[in-house]
Design a protein around this ligand. Structure first.
Ligand SMILES: [Zn+2]
Length: 706
């Protein structure tokens, strides 16, 4: 769909030859005939003065145009004849450039403005990335020349299905012969330009017909960007066995309860010390430090060598860290001739080392100790390590803790049952009992770190919570690293909290992506410990992956052995340990989850939503005679989100008359051509409304033939 040409009126004007081109038929027909470029202007013709876009549109004779269209349809190919016809028509109208421009606009499809992000001057919002592999990758271009000597059946394929080029929807596929394993099945939250979309999950169309080859799905840890796709994808893939730690299994199961229409999952709990044989793949695990307990990395033994997948991790050997890093196992990998290391790049653009968990604990202790009044802490319900640290800090300060929010409560309960959150007896209190304690002896942990509309923190701030209220002097702690797109709602909730008299403390480590991921120096240390032949940075926007690669090269890694793959780009290895980043690509287009629908919301739907959000909609209802095409009554106009109709009665009256004018039928013998009339209403009324309001609502004509 082409955007409306804003500058169309100010360019050089078009000679009759161009007009001819544009009146030759509709776009499809022209395509079929092979579109020609615009013909050069005749040298003896003086350039026409530029026309201001806002100058009124002059009318042209609709009957004439219709006649011409009909003629051109029946006389395709007879160019000379049509040309003279058009020239005659233009001469008759005596409005050369206007008529031609009109034609051009018609031809190119006059479309209402789309996307609200575009503004009055900006370029149109591009459609969301669909993940086509067009650009040249950094460092190593995917190659068509095949370095591998073995047949494709004997090659190990490693494909990142989601999580590269973005943060979220992590999923990796490994395939050898008839055996496939999958690592993680995450979700990603939508951008602002995807109204109505709940989240985005990986595209599994490559696995269609290969379901029986899937030997298992291994989950590295229970953050949503690693498990969020499971409820939708597992049943689509024939319910393959899913292997995860006990805590991850419990959290996955809890989430599945929201999807009762789906069959129960085929879940299997594993420990770090276990070993799995899934087809040709033998899988071992190693504990990593992350902001959720039991996070682990994978050691995948394949016929072509060992592939190590870190999952989300940071380096933190500190005892007492929430998820224990098995440093000895990681170091031992350095002796095992690792073929490739797939490694977390979420924080790869940050230099230095990530904070250790004891430092984060220290900061949280500080915040709680220095807080006055009641402390309300907004964080994510999956930040189980942080929740534990907050509880510990409160216990040290003699504060009681209330946990508020459904997901928060259930996650704390599950973690407590499994021993991953340890609480002293009497620390946790029911929310309804908070008034029994002095304000400075109470802390509340709740959801809402990102200003989410329905989260508990928002309801407290807006005085919509039945029990918890804010009094001047209370302290509210939440994350300062805001997911792009949430800035405004976070600012709003911050302002509201200030109005209520609260002290607001921002602490970045409350965020999912802060504090749990290795920074550059940690990454280099991990490379040195594991000593892989090939390096595959994963999990992060393209720039993060490149930053990671650049740091690795600075650290002495062989540049030719770093593969920066796009989502879906196939990496292959042979049995001699030779790898290549190929030009092959499997589909990875976004799959949108929207309410109960999975994948049924596409880019066309999104574009319409953007258009509606931009300038609203005008519905035109016209009743015409199906025999004569005659308008039977003055058309009705209904608008939403365009103008306030009650105050714009005059404009709407004019618009109705305009539609009536458009629909005036000069030829009583011919019946109504609804398609033509709709298009005409869309174009002419669109122009009329733009001239009057400088807005471009979506126009939806409904023509009822009786
Ligand atoms: Zn994570």
């Amino acid at each position: 769909m082409e955007p409306f040409r804003r500058t169309g009126g100010t360019g050089p004007s078009n000679g009759p030859s161009r007009g001819f081109r544009h009146y030759r038929g509709n776009r499809k027909q022209r395509k079929a005939q092979g579109a020609q470029g615009p013909q050069p202007q005749k040298p003896n013709q003086p350039p026409q003065p530029a026309r201001q876009f806002n100058a009124p549109f002059k009318r042209y004779d609709p009957k004439q145009v219709r006649l011409e269209q009909a003629r051109s349809k029946s006389q395709q190919g007879k160019t000379e004849q049509v040309k003279s016809l058009i020239e005659k028509a233009i001469a008759k109208n005596g409005k050369k450039e206007i008529t031609v421009k009109e034609g051009l606009r018609r031809e190119e499809g006059f479309k209402p403005k789309k996307g609200r992000g575009r503004g009055r001057l900006g370029a149109p919002t591009p459609p969301p990335r669909t993940g086509t592999y067009k650009h040249k990758p950094y460092l190593k271009t995917g190659t068509d020349s095949d370095k591998l000597t073995v047949s494709p059946k004997q090659r190990l394929k490693v494909i990142v299905m989601g999580g590269n080029e973005e943060v979220g929807r992590n999923m990796t596929l490994m395939e050898y012969g008839d055996d496939i394993i999958l690592i993680d099945m995450g979700l990603m939250f939508p951008d602002e330009d995807m109204p109505g979309v709940d989240y985005i999950i990986p595209n599994v169309s490559y696995l269609k017909g290969r379901e029986k080859n899937i030997r298992g799905v291994i989950i590295t840890h229970a953050h949503l960007d690693h498990i969020g796709g499971i409820p939708h994808l597992a049943s689509m893939l024939g319910n393959p066995p899913i292997f995860a730690t006990d805590l991850s299994c419990a959290l996955i199961k809890k989430r599945q309860e929201d999807h009762r229409d789906k069959p129960p999952l085929n879940l299997h709990a594993v420990k770090n010390s276990d070993m799995l044989q899934l087809g040709v793949f033998k899988i071992e695990f190693f504990g990593v430090a992350h902001s959720i307990p039991t996070a682990m990395g994978l050691i995948v033994n394949t016929p072509c060598g060992i592939i190590v997948h870190t999952g989300d991790f940071k380096l933190d050997p500190t005892p007492g860290a929430q998820s224990l890093q098995e440093t000895a196992k990681i170091k031992e990998l350095g002796q095992r001739n690792v073929l490739a290391l797939m490694i977390d790049s979420t924080n790869a653009s940050h230099p230095g080392h990530q904070l250790h968990e004891y430092e984060i604990q220290h900061n949280i202790d500080d915040i709680i100790a220095n807080s006055q009044g009641r402390v309300i802490i907004g964080t994510f319900s999956s930040m189980i390590a942080r929740i534990q640290q907050i509880i510990l800090a409160c216990e040290r300060q003699g504060r009681k803790v209330a946990v508020e929010g459904f997901s928060m409560k259930s996650n704390v309960l599950i973690s407590q049952e499994l021993g991953y959150i340890k609480v002293q007896k009497g620390t946790l209190i029911d929310t309804k009992d908070i008034h029994k304690y002095p304000r400075e002896k109470v802390a509340i942990i709740c959801t809402g770190a990102q200003g989410e509309e329905r989260a508990v923190l928002m309801r407290i701030a807006n005085r919509e919570h039945p029990i918890i209220e804010i009094e001047p002097g209370d302290t509210v702690v939440f994350s300062s690293s805001v997911i792009p797109g949430n800035e405004r709602s976070v600012q709003r909730v911050t302002d509201t909290l200030y109005r209520e008299g609260a002290n607001v403390v921002h602490y970045k480590m409350m965020d999912v992506h802060a504090g749990g991921h290795a920074k550059q120096d940690d990454l280099l240390e991990a490379h040195k410990m594991i000593k892989p032949k090939y390096l595959i940075p994963i999990e992060g926007h393209y720039s993060f992956l490149v930053e990671h690669a650049k740091a690795a090269v600075r650290g002495g890694f062989n540049q030719n052995n770093i593969f920066i793959a796009d989502n879906g780009q196939v990496i292959e290895f042979d049995r001699h340990g030779v790898g290549q980043l190929t030009n092959k690509k499997i589909p990875t287009e976004f799959v949108f989850v929207d309410g109960l629908g999975v994948g049924d919301t596409n880019h066309v739907v999104l574009r319409d939503r953007q258009e509606l959000a931009g300038d609203g909609i005008v519905v035109v209802m016209a009743v015409v005679s199906d025999r004569t095409g005659k308008l039977l009554q003055l058309p009705d106009l209904i608008s939403r989100g365009f103008i306030y109709m009650k105050e714009q009665g005059e404009l709407m009256g004019q618009a109705r008359k305009k539609v009536a004018e458009i629909l005036r039928d000069d030829d009583p013998r011919s019946g109504a051509n609804a398609v033509y009339l709709k298009e005409k209403i869309r174009n002419d009324l669109g122009e009329f409304l733009f001239r009057k309001t400088e807005r471009r609502p979506m126009i939806l004509p409904i023509i009822v033939e009786v």
